[in-house]
Design a protein around this ligand. Structure first.
Ligand SMILES: *[C@@H]1O[C@H](CO)[C@@H](O)[C@H](O)[C@H]1NC(C)=O
Length: 462
């Protein structure tokens, strides 16, 4: 699906950005709730199997064991997250009952703020906490990857996002179909984000994250306070857009969008530059005339976003926050080489700080994130920092198609992904009592001794 012209993207990209021409196509409905429930029952079954295998009395013969499970189930399953009532949907009509309302990107939505507010009023158990609620959306194509290890890599990238969401209590939606058949590749996220906004009136923020981006700091959380007056947040550098007129002055592969009427209107205008729209060709010309470093003729979502920020400041730009203070997403080439020394710096802090060596339940991990911050005041944030980079984006690697930028070898992409994903996985596994000693050794872990790293790891070669 890459045209010869688009192949410029692969060879010319020098910046974090444009990730993927072949990136997203879309669709299966997987709520995180479903994943969570499936995960819970899988571990339950596993525990059950172990117990039945190793203990001679049947579990039912062990009253404390079965009572423990039962009471835990009563506490955590039916009530759901934070007391949300998932079995309560009163009969009074809401926007869902309006036959004119459409989830498709082509049809305009009006008065969405009122509609959403009315829904929340009728569902009070979801109204509490709605102001900060985040739902992550990501996805990949509907068919198997061409790259033989592509589907494995996508699975690992997805696991990374599920881990991050579980740790912070966010829901996640993974889409694998094109909701608008002509909106291929990087255009596919717009119809998906719109549909998700309608499906999740309880969420204030929709966080689109490309399939080839990985969280590499599992503790860091978005500084939402900073974005109070804005409706869209992207990683970007205002001077590169406004002065240099560079289409790589921002990255459209990761963004945070408020679930509100402004966003519905904005996406309508943004999507009007897409391949399904009558003026697609015209927009390709305008984008290339405006952003001289854009080498391929087709209109693309990232240049479209840069265009609206540059030319429609009053109408849109003032509500768009260009985040450049931390790795809202960061270019993997700049990041991966630093992960070993960052690991050493963090291990050094743990050796000095007893509180960070204390074992704890994953659910209460955010309180340890705060302890980390006390030790990271001098670490800095972006390039040159020794803080864990928040998100590492494998722009140009194309894990699914394998059609990576010719600037680097496929092998360097796949290895860098293993390093970043294992670096992240170590932060997760730590709370399960294990660690990958070698970031390039995906399959092997060692058990962590009590009080690690004040005590040493035993066994395994590095
Ligand atoms: C959910 O709402 C239903 C209907 O009002 C109610 O019967 C039920 O007790 C509620 N469940 C919880 C967990 O609040």
């Amino acid at each position: 699906m890459l045209s010869p012209d688009q192949s410029h993207l692969q060879t010319a990209a020098t910046m974090p950005k444009h990730n993927s021409l072949l990136r997203t196509k879309t669709s299966s409905f997987f709520s995180s709730c479903f994943l969570y429930a499936a995960g819970t029952s899988a571990s339950f079954l596993l525990a059950w199997a172990f117990w039945s295998f190793f203990s001679s009395p049947a579990p039912s013969a062990n009253p404390s064991f079965s009572r423990g499970l039962a009471s835990e189930a009563a506490l955590s399953c039916p009530a759901g997250k934070a007391g949300h009532n998932r079995s309560y949907d009163p009969p009074d009509p809401t926007f869902y009952d309006d036959p004119e309302l459409s989830y498709t990107i082509e049809k305009t939505i009006k008065n969405w703020d009122e509609k959403r507010r009315e829904w929340l009023e009728k569902h009070p158990s979801f109204a509490a906490g709605a102001a900060d609620r985040i739902l992550m959306v990501t996805g990949s194509q509907a068919t198997p990857c061409k790259n033989p290890i592509g589907d494995h890599l996508l699975l690992r990238f997805f696991k990374n996002k599920v881990d991050y969401c579980r740790i912070h209590g966010y829901d996640i939606f993974y889409n694998t179909v094109l909701l608008q058949p002509k909106m291929f590749s990087f255009w596919a996220k717009m119809p998906a984000v719109k549909a998700v906004m309608l499906a999740h009136p309880e969420a204030e923020w929709i966080w689109w994250v490309d399939s080839d981006a990985a969280f590499t700091d599992m503790d860091f959380t978005l500084p939402l306070d900073r974005y109070k007056a804005h409706n869209l947040v992207v990683h970007g550098w205002p001077h590169l857009i406004h002065k240099e007129k560079s289409w790589t002055g921002l990255n459209a592969g990761v963004f945070l969008m408020r679930n509100c009427q402004w966003s519905m209107d904005f996406m309508e205008e943004w999507a009007s530059m897409g391949p399904q729209a009558p003026e697609y060709d015209k927009w390709g010309v305008i984008q290339r005339t405006t952003f001289k470093d854009k080498t391929f003729p087709e209109s693309d979502d990232q240049t479209g976003l840069a265009y609206l920020i540059l030319k429609e400041r009053e109408k849109w730009g003032n509500k768009i926050y260009m985040e450049d203070e931390y790795y809202f997403e960061g270019y993997w080439m700049e990041i991966v080489g630093t992960l070993e020394s960052i690991t050493d710096a963090y291990t050094g802090i743990e050796k000095r700080e007893r509180r960070l060596r204390r074992r704890h339940a994953e659910r209460v991990g955010e309180s340890y994130g705060k302890v980390w911050e006390e030790h990271l005041k001098d670490a800095g944030y972006g390039r040159g920092s020794w803080r864990r980079p928040f998100m590492t984006h494998f722009t140009g690697c194309q894990p699914c198609s394998g059609d990576h930028n010719q600037m680097y070898s496929g092998q360097s992409c796949w290895e860098a992904m293993q390093i970043a994903l294992n670096f992240a996985d170590n932060q997760v596994l730590r709370r399960y009592g294990f660690v990958h000693r070698d970031l390039l050794d995906t399959s092997t872990v060692l058990p962590l001794p009590f009080d690690y790293p004040a005590s040493d790891l035993v066994g395994g070669a590095s």
